[in-house]
Design a protein around this ligand. Structure first.
Ligand code: COA
Length: 355
């Protein structure tokens, strides 16, 4: 028995549905393509939160409250940033988030939602020897992240990214968050479980290696040759294939469209499209019976690189978006689910005598 719970239904949810055969992601009734590039991250999170928090205001007021929460998080964690910047950025962010109150009300959720957006830019700047930039209440969430990085371009592309990764069914980190929420622990505890699961290379750690692959191909200058050699050596091409999607990952197209609107990335995008075509041609030729298409991580890597994030923080930016889903799922589990307590099968004989 080693199926990784594949096809096991472990929760009923109104939040999102990953339709692998059709290549569709549905978020609370909306196909992703209807939201990405049209709705802000705040509007999407408001949609995910609806029905799960008392006193949820309308989307405009929710957006304003998230701005106030960014300032609040900065004030609360300011004294921790120096010591936390000695850790890898993801670990420093997680350690600072562990200091936030572990409640289940809307203000707790807003602080947690704000935290990665505030902490990651601050830690990136400190690690580069620059002072953190304080959050502002007068811009949208994604635009404020760009501002706190000390940059001016890419807010629209980052907003599309955050919406695109905000929720994705019962993935490993969302399941981890729901397990903790099922014990009626607080939202910080659930989010910390999600952060732990997301960190692994089989989940949120994939986009960094896409950049490594693109850089190696750029240096060699021969996409087809590099790809053939990698596949001959039994390697997997990063950013291709998926456990559930049996057609193109709809998130890849949403991110590619966002990248196109972000002019600076033009030459890199054209180069990456060439690599993508060469990779798909080789994968289709070598595995004609297996659907191997571009997944979300290929264009995630390009988009986050264009926005100006160093590749070692890509997983932290993923958390900045996915935390919306974790919080909504944690509330849904606590309000509508039971304690999650599966069984294990003991496979050793009872032979030992304690006497
Ligand atoms: N490059 C080359 N071959 C690949 C491949 C890739 N990216 N993805 C799958 N394959 C091949 C496997 O080698 C396997 O071949 P085999 O049957 O000859 O052994 C076959 O396709 C099926 O692989 P399997 O592991 O069963 O696919 P999966 O659907 O369970 O795995 C992933 C999904 C995502 C783990 C896998 O596609 C992968 O490792 N991709 C690269 C990493 C990545 O981009 N991760 C981010 C996912 S969003």
């Amino acid at each position: 028995m080693n199926n990784g719970l594949e096809d096991v239904v472990a929760a009923e949810t109104i939040l999102s549905d990953v339709r692998g055969a059709e290549g569709q992601l549905i978020i609370r009734g909306y196909p992703l393509v209807a939201l990405a590039g049209r709705w802000t991250f705040e509007q999407t999170t408001h949609l995910l939160f609806t029905g799960f928090f008392d006193d949820l205001p309308d989307a405009a007021e929710f957006t304003a409250k998230l701005g106030t929460a960014r300032v609040d998080v900065f004030e609360k964690t300011r004294g921790l940033l120096g010591p936390m910047s000695k850790l890898p950025a993801y670990d420093g962010m997680r350690a600072a988030m562990a200091m936030l109150s572990d409640g289940t009300a809307l203000p707790d959720a807003l602080r947690l939602l704000a935290a990665p957006a505030v902490l990651l830019p601050a830690l990136i700047r400190l690690q580069a020897g620059d002072e953190p930039i304080e959050p502002s209440t007068s811009t949208g969430h994604a635009a404020d992240v760009i501002r706190m990085l000390g940059r001016s371009d890419g807010a629209g592309a980052l907003d599309t990214y955050l919406v695109t990764v905000s929720d994705h069914g019962l993935n490993a980190s969302t399941f981890a968050a729901r397990v903790v929420a099922s014990t009626h622990a607080g939202l910080t505890s659930s989010v910390l479980a999600g952060l732990g699961a997301l960190k692994g290379p089989l989940h949120g750690g994939a986009p960094g290696p896409v950049i490594d692959m693109l850089d190696a191909i750029a240096e060699e200058g021969d996409s087809a040759g590099w790809i053939e050699r990698a596949l001959d050596d039994g390697e997997r091409l990063m950013g291709f294939g998926h456990r559930i999607y049996r057609t193109r990952d709809p998130r890849a197209d949403a991110l590619k469209a966002a990248l196109r609107s972000f002019g600076d990335a033009d030459a890199r995008l054209r180069f990456a499209e060439g690599v993508e075509q060469a990779a798909l041609e080789a994968l289709h030729r070598r595995k004609p019976d297996r659907v191997l298409e571009t997944n979300v991580e290929f264009y995630t890597a390009l988009l986050l690189e264009a926005v100006g994030f160093p590749k070692h923080v890509f997983t932290g930016v993923f958390a900045m978006g996915r935390i919306a889903g974790w919080l909504a799922h944690a509330r849904e589990q606590a309000l509508t689910g039971r304690l999650i307590r599966p069984a294990s099968r003991y496979v050793e004989p009872v032979t030992k005598d304690a006497a």
